[in-house]
Design a binder for this molecule. Structure first.
Ligand SMILES: [Fe+2]
Length: 432
């Protein structure tokens, strides 16, 4: 732990741990009073600041409930053609910024998406994946079941063609442009027009599946969100009593700092998490839900500072597991939990990196539920560091270092190769 020296007139400094603290309980017991003292130096109590954050969230929840009551779609939906031709209206942009999530209709032609799905089946069958599959390699998605719904496959032609496609870049640049990527002092936190091609897996969930789904959680970090110096700067308005000024679209200090390692971590900075549908999926078939409120992190970070939470608890957040959101600590948020609309193969789905999400349970699923996980991970310090790992994994067909070391594809035929890269692919892997 280090304690930065600060001039007398500034708020009290925060202790910070840029590597996972050895004693998590002691670190939590140290950071909570320090955060309270810093907030109270603003002249407001923690309760007042939390109430301000809660009012902001409550207003959003009421808007969502009102939309739903009017029969309006909670999730913003845009046609790919409107994005690519620059004809998204100011009203549509405002809704997107307010909700922080999006379905892109016709992101890829339906026939293209179905052909990619068939290519993946051919790729895994040709390489006898099912004969050699040894079970889930992690405990999080592994809880879904013993059948391989999540395929630890990263380097198929289908995935890489989508990642380096012009249509993918167009949507990623559009989404990145919602963020403030350059500060007033000229610091550029990320390049909105260069994506780091974050390699992730695919999901193929067959008809008839019973699935327990995944509980509500968020993915941007764990205790590091309170404890590392860069995140303390990123969430400076949450921690200094000026929570009204907190802007979830400000990238300052989000793209530079370390993260605490863990099996569920994402080394990359993602402006949006996302996936591309490779099958049609109806909204009642165990699909993704979000709490579509991008500024939710201010609320989640302040909640453990209230007196009803035990002094060694951050409302259940620990390292090496996803950030849980629970009815015990966050009951009001469940009113806003909203499913994606029905999607068709070739549509894509996006949500702000901080947002709470879940996958609903399903019994006897109708139709397939197939997706390629492809986020928006623009070029920045953090993603450039991880690109070294990605490049090595790509060249050897290995599982990327954020994922279990399963390495199925090392010996597979038909992998996407160096010669298949276009300019976008080369730039994304840092090979340009
Ligand atoms: Fe997640």
């Amino acid at each position: 732990m280090t304690l930065a020296a600060e001039p007398q007139h500034t708020p009290p400094p925060l202790p910070h741990w840029d590597e996972t603290p050895d004693d998590l309980g002691a670190a939590i017991r140290a950071i909570k009073p320090a955060l309270r003292a810093r907030i109270e130096a603003s002249g407001r109590t923690v309760a007042e600041v939390f109430a301000a954050a809660e009012r902001r969230i409550e207003a959003r929840i009421e808007e969502i409930e009102a939309d739903r009551a009017r029969g309006e779609q909670v999730w913003p939906v845009l046609d790919y053609d409107a994005i690519s031709s620059g004809t998204v209206t100011p009203e549509e942009l405002a809704k997107l910024a307010r909700r922080g999530c999006l379905v892109v209709r016709g992101h890829f032609p339906r026939e293209q998406a179905l052909a990619w799905d068939a290519d993946i089946v051919d790729y895994v069958e040709r390489n006898e994946f099912f004969e050699n599959y040894t079970g889930p390699g992690d405990d999080f998605f592994g809880s879904v079941g013993s059948k391989p719904e999540i395929y630890p496959v990263y380097w198929s032609k289908a995935q890489m063609q989508a990642r380096q496609s012009e249509r993918m870049s167009t949507v990623q640049s559009f989404l990145n442009s919602l963020w403030r990527h350059t500060s007033e002092d000229g610091t550029r936190w990320f390049d909105p027009d260069r994506d780091a091609l974050y390699p992730d897996r695919i999901r193929r969930r067959p008809p008839g599946t019973d699935s327990a789904g995944l509980g509500t959680h968020c993915d941007p970090g764990t205790l590091d969100l309170w404890m590392t110096q860069e995140y303390q700067k990123a969430f400076r308005h949450v921690f200094d009593g000026s929570v009204e000024s907190y802007d979830p679209w400000d990238a300052a200090h989000r793209t530079t700092g370390p993260q605490y390692p863990g099996t569920t971590m994402c080394s990359a900075f993602r402006t949006f998490q996302g996936w591309t549908a490779l099958s049609d999926m109806d909204a009642d078939q165990g699909v993704l839900h979000t709490v579509p409120i991008p500024e939710i992190m201010a609320y989640l970070l302040l909640r453990p500072l209230l007196p009803d939470v035990p002094e060694d608890s951050m409302c259940g957040v620990r390292t090496n597991q996803v950030f849980p959101v629970t009815k015990r600590w966050h009951p009001a948020l469940y009113r806003a939990l909203s499913p994606i609309p029905d999607v068709r193969a070739g549509d894509s789905v996006w949500w702000h990196c901080d947002m709470i999400h879940s996958v609903a349970p399903v019994e006897n699923q109708q139709g397939w539920g197939n997706v390629m996980y492809i986020p928006a991970a623009p070029w920045c310090d953090r993603n450039e560091r991880y690109a070294d790992e990605v490049r090595t994994a790509f060249l050897t067909g290995s599982s990327p270092s954020d994922f279990p070391a399963e390495h199925y594809e090392r010996t597979w035929n038909g992998r996407f190769t160096l010669d298949d890269l276009n300019d976008t692919g080369r730039r994304g892997l840092g090979l340009a």
